[in-house]
Design a protein around this ligand. Structure first.
Ligand code: CA
Length: 226
């Protein structure tokens, strides 16, 4: 596993490199945004740890540029403060997850493992998307919880498919709205909340445990029942 750590504070960068190498990761350090872009252009990484507060280009800008260039490597943003705006902005520019500083090293390792596992699963195409007891057939558009079949409208299907293609990661309302309703949607601003409510009602109609979880101030994620 090869990891790029983008961090300008030398002390933190050294600490991360040492800790990750002990866990058998190969680690490169980029001290700023332009260096990170060079490293990514020249090597294949399994994961990028990207600090938000960087001189010159900040982490959000670096993330957006990488995604614009088609780089699909999982990106874990390290945010200086646990600020909702930072988290939402990070996700909006295409980061896969965020971890507020200061963090426990164990937590970092757990997030990194989750991201690389997810990336591996996403590269195997399948016509059935699954999470817990939920199944969605992307050909017939039939959803099931256990043996119970669930009828979905076209928009509900699109929303559920979007959730299941981005499992276990926080999704902002903006990301969801732009992907299902398009960039030029000018209808009701709470459309995402309304459809999530419809979808939840159908998914939990027999008292099944919730799979779509609300993340306060951010949006939603689909994940195993709590
Ligand atoms: Ca920094």
């Amino acid at each position: 596993m090869r990891v790029l750590v983008v961090e300008d504070e030398e002390r933190i960068a050294r600490f991360l490199k040492k800790g990750l190498e002990e866990e058998s990761y190969a680690v490169d350090i980029a001290p700023d945004g332009p260096a990170a872009l060079d490293w990514v252009a020249g090597a294949e990484y399994d994961l990028i740890l990207l600090d938000v507060m960087l001189p010159g280009l900040n982490g959000f800008e670096v993330c957006r540029i990488l995604r614009d260039r088609g780089v699909q490597t999982p990106i874990l943003m390290l945010t200086a403060r646990d600020e909702v705006d930072d988290r939402v902005q990070g996700l909006d520019v295409g980061a896969d997850d965020y971890l507020p500083k200061p963090f426990a090293f164990k937590e970092l390792l757990a997030r990194m493992r989750a991201l690389t596992r997810r990336a591996a699963a996403a590269s195997t195409p399948s016509t059935t998307l699954r999470l817990a007891d939920l199944e969605l057939d992307t050909i017939t558009h039939v959803a099931k919880r256990g043996n119970r079949e669930i009828e979905l409208t076209a928009k509900e299907y699109a929303l559920l498919e979007y959730f299941l293609r981005h499992p276990r990661r926080p999704l902002t309302r903006t990301m969801i709205r732009e992907s299902i309703w398009g960039y030029d949607y000018y209808g009701a601003s709470n459309v995402v909340d309304v459809y999530v409510r419809h979808l939840r009602r159908k998914l939990e109609a027999n008292g099944e445990p919730p799979l779509i979880h609300t993340i306060r101030g951010v949006g939603y994620k689909i994940d195993d029942p709590e």
